[in-house]
Design a protein around this ligand. Sequence first.
Ligand code: GDP
Ligand code: MG
Length: 288
Amino acid sequence: MSSACSHRGCHAPTMTCVRGEAFEDCPHWAAGASTTETPKEADSGSEQKLPFPWTGNVMGPADISYLAGASKVKLLTLAGASDAGKTSLLASFYLLIARGIRPAGVEFAGSVTLEGWENIAGSLRWTSSSGPSFPPHTSSGSGRHPGMLHLSLDTPQSRCDLVAADAPGEWFSFWASNQASPQAEGARWLSERTDVFLVIADSQALVGAKRGETRAALVNLLRRVGAEAAGRPVALVWTKCDVAVPAVMKTQIREAAQRSLGDIPEFRVSMLRLLVRRHEIVGRGSWN
Ligand SMILES: Nc1nc2c(ncn2[C@@H]2O[C@H](COP(=O)(O)OP(=O)(O)O)[C@@H](O)[C@H]2O)c(=O)[nH]1
Ligand SMILES: [Mg+2]
Protein backbone atom coordinates (compact mmCIF):
# COMPACT_ATOMS: atom_id res chain seq x y z
CA MET A 1 0.00 0.00 0.00
CA SER A 2 1.31 3.44 -0.81
CA SER A 3 1.02 6.06 1.92
CA ALA A 4 -0.91 9.17 0.97
CA CYS A 5 1.29 11.42 3.10
CA SER A 6 4.11 13.37 1.49
CA HIS A 7 6.00 14.05 4.74
CA ARG A 8 9.33 12.30 4.94
CA GLY A 9 9.20 9.36 7.37
CA CYS A 10 5.45 9.62 7.88
CA HIS A 11 3.45 6.44 7.33
CA ALA A 12 0.03 7.90 7.85
CA PRO A 13 -2.57 6.53 7.77
CA THR A 14 -0.90 3.20 8.62
CA MET A 15 0.61 4.92 11.67
CA THR A 16 -0.04 8.10 13.55
CA CYS A 17 0.95 11.29 11.77
CA VAL A 18 4.57 12.07 12.75
CA ARG A 19 3.59 15.68 13.35
CA GLY A 20 0.87 14.64 15.78
CA GLU A 21 -1.89 16.06 13.61
CA ALA A 22 -5.26 14.65 12.67
CA PHE A 23 -4.72 13.63 9.04
CA GLU A 24 -7.30 15.97 7.65
CA ASP A 25 -5.57 18.94 9.35
CA CYS A 26 -2.03 18.15 8.23
CA PRO A 27 -0.76 20.08 5.18
CA HIS A 28 1.52 17.16 4.23
CA TRP A 29 -1.36 14.75 4.21
CA ALA A 30 -3.31 17.08 1.96
CA ALA A 31 -0.30 17.47 -0.33
CA GLY A 32 0.23 13.72 -0.48
CA ALA A 33 -3.41 12.90 -1.03
CA SER A 34 -3.45 14.86 -4.26
CA THR A 35 -0.22 13.30 -5.53
CA THR A 36 -0.40 9.71 -4.34
CA GLU A 37 1.54 8.45 -7.34
CA THR A 38 4.58 10.63 -6.50
CA PRO A 39 7.31 8.53 -4.84
CA LYS A 40 8.28 9.66 -1.35
CA GLU A 41 11.63 11.30 -0.77
CA ALA A 42 12.96 8.48 1.37
CA ASP A 43 12.40 4.99 2.78
CA SER A 44 9.63 4.18 0.38
CA GLY A 45 10.21 0.46 0.94
CA SER A 46 10.12 0.53 4.73
CA GLU A 47 6.37 0.67 5.06
CA GLN A 48 6.03 -2.91 3.87
CA LYS A 49 8.09 -3.99 6.85
CA LEU A 50 5.88 -2.36 9.47
CA PRO A 51 4.00 -5.17 11.16
CA PHE A 52 1.82 -3.13 13.54
CA PRO A 53 -0.16 0.05 13.26
CA TRP A 54 1.35 1.31 16.52
CA THR A 55 4.82 1.84 17.90
CA GLY A 56 4.24 0.88 21.54
CA ASN A 57 4.70 4.51 22.48
CA VAL A 58 1.82 6.90 23.12
CA MET A 59 -0.96 6.74 20.55
CA GLY A 60 -2.30 9.54 18.45
CA PRO A 61 -5.98 10.07 17.68
CA ALA A 62 -5.90 7.95 14.53
CA ASP A 63 -4.76 4.88 16.46
CA ILE A 64 -7.91 4.67 18.55
CA SER A 65 -9.68 3.19 15.55
CA TYR A 66 -7.33 0.18 15.72
CA LEU A 67 -8.71 -0.58 19.17
CA ALA A 68 -12.29 0.28 18.51
CA GLY A 69 -13.11 -3.00 16.83
CA ALA A 70 -12.47 -5.12 19.92
CA SER A 71 -14.78 -3.41 22.34
CA LYS A 72 -15.98 0.00 23.35
CA VAL A 73 -12.94 2.10 24.17
CA LYS A 74 -13.33 4.44 27.12
CA LEU A 75 -11.40 7.69 26.82
CA LEU A 76 -10.34 9.26 30.12
CA THR A 77 -9.32 12.91 30.23
CA LEU A 78 -7.23 14.21 33.11
CA ALA A 79 -8.13 17.87 33.17
CA GLY A 80 -5.89 19.94 35.36
CA ALA A 81 -3.31 22.69 35.45
CA SER A 82 0.31 22.24 34.51
CA ASP A 83 2.26 20.46 37.28
CA ALA A 84 -0.94 19.36 39.00
CA GLY A 85 0.32 15.75 39.10
CA LYS A 86 -1.54 14.27 36.09
CA THR A 87 1.35 12.35 34.56
CA SER A 88 2.51 11.12 37.98
CA LEU A 89 -1.01 9.87 38.66
CA LEU A 90 -1.12 7.91 35.40
CA ALA A 91 2.35 6.53 35.99
CA SER A 92 1.50 5.27 39.44
CA PHE A 93 -1.79 3.78 38.20
CA TYR A 94 0.23 1.76 35.71
CA LEU A 95 2.77 0.70 38.34
CA LEU A 96 0.04 -0.42 40.74
CA ILE A 97 -1.52 -2.55 38.01
CA ALA A 98 1.88 -3.91 37.01
CA ARG A 99 2.49 -4.91 40.63
CA GLY A 100 -0.85 -6.69 40.77
CA ILE A 101 -2.44 -4.09 43.07
CA ARG A 102 -5.90 -3.78 41.54
CA PRO A 103 -9.51 -4.43 42.47
CA ALA A 104 -10.46 -8.08 42.95
CA GLY A 105 -11.47 -9.73 39.70
CA VAL A 106 -9.71 -7.16 37.49
CA GLU A 107 -6.87 -8.55 35.38
CA PHE A 108 -4.36 -6.76 33.17
CA ALA A 109 -5.12 -7.89 29.62
CA GLY A 110 -2.56 -5.96 27.58
CA SER A 111 -1.60 -2.57 26.23
CA VAL A 112 -0.59 -1.31 22.82
CA THR A 113 1.35 1.55 24.46
CA LEU A 114 3.64 -0.31 26.87
CA GLU A 115 6.60 1.78 25.81
CA GLY A 116 4.60 4.94 26.47
CA TRP A 117 3.66 3.70 29.97
CA GLU A 118 7.26 2.77 30.67
CA ASN A 119 8.40 6.21 29.52
CA ILE A 120 6.30 7.91 32.18
CA ALA A 121 6.49 5.23 34.87
CA GLY A 122 10.18 4.35 34.51
CA SER A 123 11.26 7.27 36.67
CA LEU A 124 8.92 6.17 39.48
CA ARG A 125 10.53 2.73 39.72
CA TRP A 126 13.16 1.80 42.25
CA THR A 127 16.26 0.62 40.43
CA SER A 128 19.46 -0.77 41.92
CA SER A 129 21.38 2.37 40.97
CA SER A 130 18.90 5.08 41.90
CA GLY A 131 15.75 5.77 43.86
CA PRO A 132 12.54 6.87 42.20
CA SER A 133 11.80 10.37 40.99
CA PHE A 134 8.86 12.06 39.30
CA PRO A 135 8.17 11.65 35.57
CA PRO A 136 9.51 14.24 33.12
CA HIS A 137 7.33 17.28 32.49
CA THR A 138 4.74 16.95 29.72
CA SER A 139 5.72 19.70 27.29
CA SER A 140 2.93 21.76 25.84
CA GLY A 141 4.64 22.02 22.44
CA SER A 142 2.44 23.21 19.63
CA GLY A 143 0.50 19.95 19.29
CA ARG A 144 -3.24 19.88 19.16
CA HIS A 145 -3.73 16.23 20.04
CA PRO A 146 -2.72 14.57 23.28
CA GLY A 147 -0.48 11.58 23.78
CA MET A 148 -2.73 8.69 24.71
CA LEU A 149 -1.98 5.61 26.78
CA HIS A 150 -3.90 2.39 26.42
CA LEU A 151 -4.74 -0.33 28.92
CA SER A 152 -6.90 -3.40 28.47
CA LEU A 153 -8.47 -4.77 31.64
CA ASP A 154 -10.54 -7.92 32.04
CA THR A 155 -13.33 -8.02 34.56
CA PRO A 156 -15.50 -11.08 35.21
CA GLN A 157 -18.19 -9.47 33.03
CA SER A 158 -16.24 -8.10 30.09
CA ARG A 159 -13.08 -6.62 28.66
CA CYS A 160 -12.59 -2.91 29.17
CA ASP A 161 -10.25 -0.86 26.96
CA LEU A 162 -9.16 2.38 28.62
CA VAL A 163 -7.32 5.14 26.84
CA ALA A 164 -5.97 7.90 29.10
CA ALA A 165 -5.11 11.27 27.61
CA ASP A 166 -1.91 12.74 29.08
CA ALA A 167 -2.28 16.29 27.86
CA PRO A 168 -0.35 19.43 28.81
CA GLY A 169 -1.99 21.42 31.59
CA GLU A 170 -1.71 24.66 29.61
CA TRP A 171 -4.46 23.43 27.27
CA PHE A 172 -6.93 23.19 30.13
CA SER A 173 -5.94 26.53 31.61
CA PHE A 174 -6.71 28.28 28.31
CA TRP A 175 -9.88 26.22 27.85
CA ALA A 176 -11.13 26.98 31.36
CA SER A 177 -10.87 30.73 30.92
CA ASN A 178 -11.99 30.85 27.29
CA GLN A 179 -13.63 27.89 25.59
CA ALA A 180 -12.87 29.33 22.14
CA SER A 181 -9.19 30.12 22.79
CA PRO A 182 -6.92 29.08 19.89
CA GLN A 183 -4.54 27.55 22.47
CA ALA A 184 -7.35 25.37 23.80
CA GLU A 185 -7.81 23.35 20.64
CA GLY A 186 -6.40 20.19 22.22
CA ALA A 187 -8.68 20.54 25.23
CA ARG A 188 -11.71 21.07 22.97
CA TRP A 189 -10.73 17.99 20.96
CA LEU A 190 -10.67 15.93 24.16
CA SER A 191 -13.81 17.42 25.59
CA GLU A 192 -15.78 16.47 22.48
CA ARG A 193 -14.65 12.85 22.63
CA THR A 194 -13.95 11.89 26.20
CA ASP A 195 -16.09 9.38 28.09
CA VAL A 196 -14.91 10.39 31.57
CA PHE A 197 -13.44 13.61 32.99
CA LEU A 198 -11.08 13.55 35.96
CA VAL A 199 -10.70 17.09 37.26
CA ILE A 200 -7.41 17.43 39.10
CA ALA A 201 -7.10 19.48 42.29
CA ASP A 202 -3.45 20.05 43.18
CA SER A 203 -3.23 20.01 47.01
CA GLN A 204 0.24 21.52 47.00
CA ALA A 205 -0.71 24.45 44.78
CA LEU A 206 -3.85 25.02 46.87
CA VAL A 207 -1.73 25.76 49.93
CA GLY A 208 1.17 27.48 48.14
CA ALA A 209 1.92 31.14 47.53
CA LYS A 210 -0.38 31.19 44.49
CA ARG A 211 -3.28 29.42 46.21
CA GLY A 212 -5.76 32.17 45.32
CA GLU A 213 -4.94 31.91 41.61
CA THR A 214 -4.94 28.12 41.79
CA ARG A 215 -8.36 28.08 43.43
CA ALA A 216 -9.80 30.53 40.88
CA ALA A 217 -8.39 28.47 37.98
CA LEU A 218 -9.79 25.24 39.43
CA VAL A 219 -13.21 26.81 39.99
CA ASN A 220 -13.15 27.98 36.33
CA LEU A 221 -12.16 24.52 35.18
CA LEU A 222 -14.96 22.90 37.18
CA ARG A 223 -17.39 25.37 35.62
CA ARG A 224 -16.11 24.61 32.11
CA VAL A 225 -16.32 20.86 32.62
CA GLY A 226 -19.79 21.35 34.10
CA ALA A 227 -20.85 23.18 30.96
CA GLU A 228 -19.48 20.50 28.65
CA ALA A 229 -19.91 17.18 30.45
CA ALA A 230 -23.52 16.72 29.28
CA GLY A 231 -24.17 13.76 31.56
CA ARG A 232 -20.77 12.12 31.16
CA PRO A 233 -19.15 10.95 34.42
CA VAL A 234 -16.86 13.42 36.18
CA ALA A 235 -14.73 12.84 39.29
CA LEU A 236 -12.67 15.24 41.38
CA VAL A 237 -9.18 13.91 42.08
CA TRP A 238 -7.08 15.55 44.79
CA THR A 239 -3.42 14.93 43.98
CA LYS A 240 -0.34 15.35 46.23
CA CYS A 241 -2.36 14.45 49.33
CA ASP A 242 0.81 14.18 51.37
CA VAL A 243 0.26 17.97 51.57
CA ALA A 244 -2.61 18.91 53.93
CA VAL A 245 -5.20 21.32 52.53
CA PRO A 246 -7.00 23.53 55.08
CA ALA A 247 -10.65 22.60 55.61
CA VAL A 248 -11.83 26.02 54.39
CA MET A 249 -10.10 25.56 51.02
CA LYS A 250 -11.45 22.01 50.62
CA THR A 251 -14.94 23.25 51.34
CA GLN A 252 -14.64 26.06 48.78
CA ILE A 253 -13.54 23.64 46.07
CA ARG A 254 -16.22 21.11 46.95
CA GLU A 255 -18.88 23.80 46.88
CA ALA A 256 -17.67 24.94 43.46
CA ALA A 257 -17.79 21.34 42.23
CA GLN A 258 -21.29 20.95 43.64
CA ARG A 259 -22.47 24.14 41.93
CA SER A 260 -21.07 23.17 38.53
CA LEU A 261 -21.43 19.42 38.53
CA GLY A 262 -23.66 18.34 41.39
CA ASP A 263 -22.65 15.43 43.57
CA ILE A 264 -19.52 13.92 42.02
CA PRO A 265 -17.19 11.24 43.39
CA GLU A 266 -13.90 12.33 44.92
CA PHE A 267 -10.60 10.50 45.07
CA ARG A 268 -7.35 11.45 46.67
CA VAL A 269 -3.92 10.22 45.72
CA SER A 270 -0.32 10.74 46.75
CA MET A 271 2.55 9.70 44.57
CA LEU A 272 4.99 10.63 47.30
CA ARG A 273 3.42 8.00 49.52
CA LEU A 274 3.59 5.52 46.65
CA LEU A 275 7.26 6.34 46.21
CA VAL A 276 7.90 5.36 49.80
CA ARG A 277 6.08 2.14 49.03
CA ARG A 278 2.72 3.08 50.38
CA HIS A 279 -0.25 4.00 48.31
CA GLU A 280 -3.76 5.13 48.84
CA ILE A 281 -6.68 5.69 46.59
CA VAL A 282 -9.73 6.18 48.74
CA GLY A 283 -13.24 7.29 48.02
CA ARG A 284 -15.32 10.21 49.08
CA GLY A 285 -16.17 10.59 52.71
CA SER A 286 -12.98 9.18 54.15
CA TRP A 287 -11.15 12.50 54.05
CA ASN A 288 -12.57 15.44 55.93
N1 GDP B 1 4.38 16.31 47.15
C1 GDP B 1 4.02 15.71 46.01
N2 GDP B 1 4.45 16.20 44.83
C2 GDP B 1 4.05 15.58 43.71
C3 GDP B 1 3.18 14.44 43.72
N3 GDP B 1 2.92 14.08 42.44
C4 GDP B 1 3.62 14.92 41.65
N4 GDP B 1 4.32 15.84 42.43
C5 GDP B 1 5.15 16.96 41.96
O1 GDP B 1 4.47 17.64 40.93
C6 GDP B 1 5.32 17.78 39.79
C7 GDP B 1 4.50 17.74 38.54
O2 GDP B 1 3.92 16.47 38.38
P1 GDP B 1 3.42 15.97 36.95
O3 GDP B 1 2.85 14.60 37.13
O4 GDP B 1 4.49 16.13 35.91
O5 GDP B 1 2.27 17.04 36.67
P2 GDP B 1 1.45 17.31 35.33
O6 GDP B 1 2.06 18.53 34.69
O7 GDP B 1 0.04 17.59 35.79
O8 GDP B 1 1.54 16.08 34.47
C8 GDP B 1 6.31 16.61 39.93
O9 GDP B 1 7.53 16.87 39.29
C9 GDP B 1 6.49 16.54 41.42
O10 GDP B 1 7.46 17.48 41.82
C10 GDP B 1 2.74 13.95 45.00
O11 GDP B 1 1.98 13.00 45.15
N5 GDP B 1 3.18 14.64 46.10
MG1 MG C 1 2.17 15.90 32.51
